[in-house]
Write a protein that binds this ligand. Structure first.
Ligand SMILES: Nc1ncnc2c1ncn2[C@@H]1O[C@H](COP(=O)(O)OP(=O)(O)OP(=O)(O)O)[C@@H](O)[C@H]1O
Length: 881
């Protein structure tokens, strides 16, 4: 291959290359090697004004006369690194985008000079046309002499005129480029086309036409054009005989067998999903609920969350895509679904993945895979058996557009961190992209952001949107009804009967899955749920019930106390592993747990601990087929519930300090956040007395676990609602909430919770959006009294009925900070409108020390305007208020 620069192996692989492979090799080397070379040539003509050591970012900034912020650069440069100053590593797509961007900026430069000139021309009475001024085969020798005065065109070498002396028109050039780009897509993604020998000659024709079009646009001398065309002929000639030493040969091998190898590796493992509690099996694609994600923006970029279907995530220009979500939000499932969809590309079902040629999946909880080469070997076993196979496959992957999918960064351990670092480092200057999931834990996210930053990798974050709407929850459950063979409507109807605040617990998929289990094993319990706190206890009860069913085969004895002891042993292990951030147990570690269980069992029954552990733990066969089998809890949140169970039992049974029970080093505390919250909820439910007694210690531990991180106000609100007996105690958690938030009040229990929380912190706004009837039954007056200095938005249903009585507490709340003559008129205004939605500004309420919105922060004229959300349902006259 002429000018071949990328060689990966000095030992030719002794493999017979059939005709088909020849065709594939030529096509692949054509689009990966020859085509970028030609486009780079065109590109060099467009960027002729760029200084050699100047980055593309700096060059564009110079032309635009201003610096780009990070966000602006994302818009202009896409995935191009800020410091990139040469195009050698860019593939066709990146070259195309950058070329398009540059040509647009160049046009702008010329237009702005035109504009400035025409302004000056009319002022100064020149009649000359702009084309004439800039014309003459390029720029005037001295731009300062332009009539445009200080409107100097920054382009000195690039001519605006084409070979025929006309203002250049790049449309045809881009048509030719598009033809080449489309050939790349077809060759790399449609197997029929990959092996189609005609594509090779199509590509050659397209490239020659591109050179001819470049000749016209850039007024290229004949000799240069002929030299370029000769290069293309030579390159195509050299590709007639495949060179097994080149990276393109390995790209060919990967293209031929790579996807199939990865499909075989993952398909069986991922297609079936075993539900947490009773090992029912469903087909993942059948039950998959298409999740939405929210674009995470920094405060500076605006707080409005943009909600998108998950298939849009790869439209983000950044190289790394982070998907975050709370425990059980569906991160792993989303990844697994993406992997499965990747194999369906040919069927046109997953066009959003068409930009990727290969896919690699790595799980951060893996403690056995030590290097990226090992990951590659697991995926492409056969290819890696050849000499230098691992290195060659990796080189080929880096040249292709591979998607590296990394699951559960929050669970990363020492071994897997090295693998993730290697992936980030190796892919940083390639055409590959990385998709990473993590729980939104500050320490994990910071570590990840650091890792990306030191490798110069840009990233964007999407957060999985919880399933907050009843419609979404029912749609989710309906799929599982079908998947599990439950009578249609049976489970969903049971869900509909739940109380509103109990329903609001089921916003994460894992909770809805647990609901399926409850429905199957303890349907009677569901109807007994009065408040959200009732649900969590039932999950462990459900586990106990399933173990009891297993034990029924070996004993008729009452096993309650024994089960409790067993669960404490399991919970202690769960805690140890959470502290060490280990989600999996090895065979050896499982044996140790079994040994601890044996004496407890021996006292009562003759049964192997395996029976119990098989209910609680899931077996994971190693990816590669060889190596150790590992064990995990069915879900991390279940592991956390077990750990919390152990802590609660110790608190109830002993006076040991919380510190001595947790046995956590300071750096391990952040991993115990969810566990501690489960402990608070469990104590509030099972022994409020102990909660009060241990509150100081628990609060301190939570503070330590949170570190700099903060809880969301609505999370604390739900939490307080789950602990009604100790609401005032637990509400102290409000002191650990984020600044500048809006707290939402949607039902009576929320009103009570927010009242308690307001004495520990103030949000910047409280949104009350609920049934007026429910607000009447809630401590609304207490909320009005407590809310001092905070803006309240009020939307009451039904919107078309008067709710005067609910405005009275506002009147009675006292308004010492307001001029007395204004208040009555506000009340009057309220009473005349009395329905719908209102914004009640902070200064309308009593001002209290420490509030974020002090009195008088709003303009009086706007204070009672009905809000947009409900304007449609309001009498239009009311808007005039
Ligand atoms: N989109 C979905 N469609 C159907 N079921 C889902 C979906 N997402 C999650 N589930 C179900 O919820 C369970 C928990 O989801 P998953 O393990 O993906 O959550 P996660 O966010 O990765 O949790 P963690 O952070 O604790 O690891 C899955 O085992 C699956 O049964």
């Amino acid at each position: 291959m002429a000018g071949q620069s990328v060689q990966t192996s000095s030992t030719p692989a002794a493999v017979h290359i059939a005709d088909e492979i020849y065709a594939i090799y030529r096509n692949i080397a054509g689009v990966l090697y020859v085509a970028p070379k030609v486009i780079r040539f065109v590109f060099s003509k467009e960027s002729v004004d760029k200084k050699s050591d100047e980055s593309y970012k700096k060059y564009m900034e110079r032309l635009k006369g201003k610096e780009f912020s990070k966000t602006e650069w994302k818009r202009h440069g896409g995935t191009i690194a800020e410091d990139l100053s040469h195009p050698d590593d860019l593939d066709i797509t990146a070259l195309f985008c950058l070329l398009e961007k540059l040509s647009r900026i160049h046009d702008e430069c010329w237009r702005s000079v035109e504009f400035a000139d025409s302004e000056n021309i009319s002022e100064e009475g020149y009649l000359t046309t702009v084309t004439a001024i800039i014309g003459g085969g390029g720029q005037p020798a001295n731009n300062e002499e332009l009539p445009g005065g200080d409107a100097k065109c920054p382009l000195e070498k690039l001519s605006r005129l084409d070979k025929n002396g006309l203002p250049r028109d790049v449309d045809k050039l881009f048509d030719k480029l598009r033809k080449v780009r489309n050939l790349r897509v077809k060759i790399m993604h449609e197997f029929e086309e990959t092996s189609n020998p005609r594509k090779f000659s199509d590509l050659k024709t397209a490239l020659l036409e591109l050179i001819e079009e470049a000749e016209r646009v850039y007024s290229l001398p004949q000799s240069e054009v002929e030299a370029q065309k000769k290069n293309v002929h030579d390159d195509f000639e050299s590709l007639q005989n495949p060179d097994e030493k080149t990276v393109y040969y390995w790209c060919t091998r990967l293209d031929m067998s790579g996807k199939l190898a990865v499909k075989n590796l993952w398909r069986t493992k991922l297609t079936e999903e075993i539900l947490p509690l009773d090992s029912s099996i469903v087909q993942r694609p059948e039950v998959f609920h298409s999740l939405d994600v929210m674009v995470r923006r920094s405060r500076r970029e605006g707080s409005n969350d943009q909600v998108l279907p998950y298939t849009e995530i790869f439209k983000a220009p950044e190289k790394a895509i982070i998907v975050s979500g709370v425990a059980g939000a569906g991160k792993t499932t989303l990844l697994k679904n993406i992997v499965l969809q990747f194999f369906e590309l040919g069927e046109g079902n997953a066009d959003y993945l068409r930009q990727f040629d290969q896919l690699i999946l790595f799980e951060c909880r893996d403690r056995n895979t030590e290097t990226l080469a090992d990951v590659i070997e697991q995926h492409f076993k056969a290819l890696c058996r050849e000499l230098e196979g691992k290195r060659n496959v990796l080189d080929a992957l880096l040249l292709l557009r591979a998607l590296f999918v990394i699951d559960g960064y929050d669970e990363v351990n020492k071994v897997s961190y090295n693998v993730v670092s290697e992936i980030i480092k190796e892919t940083s200057s390639s055409n590959c992209r990385v998709l990473i999931t993590t729980r939104p834990r500050r320490s994990a996210k910071e570590k990840l952001e650091n890792l990306l930053a030191i490798n110069n990798v840009t990233s964007t974050e999407f957060e999985i949107k919880p399933l907050t709407e009843l419609g979404e929850q029912l749609e989710f459950l309906t799929r599982y009804e079908e998947g599990l063979g439950i009578k249609r409507g049976e489970m969903t109807e049971s869900f509909i009967t739940l109380k509103q605040d109990v329903k609001s617990l089921f916003t994460e998929p894992i909770n809805l899955i647990l609901f399926c289990d409850m429905h199957k094993h303890m349907p009677e319990t569901i109807s007994s749920w009065e408040k959200p706190g009732d649900v969590a206890t039932d999950i462990l009860r459900l586990y106990k019930k399933l173990v009891t069913i297993k034990l029924a085969d070996v004993t008729h004895l009452e096993c309650k106390a024994m089960l409790n002891d067993l669960f404490v042993v399991i919970g202690k292990t769960a805690l140890e592993f959470i502290r060490e951030n280990a989600g999996t147990f090895s065979e050896e570690e499982l044996l140790q747990i079994q040994e601890k269980c044996i004496p407890i069992l021996l006292n009562k029954v003759e049964c192997s601990p395996e029976i119990i552990l098989s209910v609680v733990l899931r077996v994971n066969r190693p990816l590669s087929g060889a190596g150790e089998t590992t064990y995990t809890f069915h879900h991390k949140s279940i592991q956390e519930m077990f750990a919390a169970h152990f802590i609660v039992q110790r608190i109830l049974a002993s006076g040991d300090t919380l510190k001595s029970i947790l046995e956590a080093k300071p750096q391990e505390m952040s991993r115990l956040r969810e566990v501690l919250l489960y402990v608070v909820a469990a104590l509030s439910r099972d022994s409020p007395r102990h909660l009060t007694r241990r509150w100081g210690e628990l609060k301190e531990a939570l503070r330590e676990a949170l570190g700099e991180a903060r809880l969301a106000g609505d999370y604390v609100r739900d939490f307080v609602a789950r602990c009604p007996d100790r609401a005032w105690t637990v509400a102290e958690l409000a002191a650990l909430t984020k600044d500048g938030e809006t707290w939402h009040v949607k039902n009576g229990r929320h009103v009570a919770s927010v009242v308690a929380m307001l004495s520990h912190n103030k949000p910047s706004r409280v949104d009350v959006d609920m049934e007026a009837a429910a607000l009447r039954g809630a401590p609304w007056g207490a909320l009005v009294a407590a809310v001092g200095g905070v803006e309240v938005w009020l939307k009451l249903e039904p919107l078309d009925e008067p709710h005067d009585d609910l405005l009275l507490p506002l009147h009675d709340s006292g308004h010492t900070s307001r001029p007395s003559e204004i208040i009555p008129s506000i009340i009057e205004a309220f009473q005349s409108v009395v329905s719908g939605a209102f914004r009640v500004p902070a200064h309308f309420f009593n001002s209290t020390a420490g509030t974020q919105n002090g009195p008088g922060t709003e303009n009086d004229g706007s204070i009672l305007r009905p809000e947009k959300a409900s304007i449609n349902s309001l009498n239009p006259d009311r808007e005039m208020l």
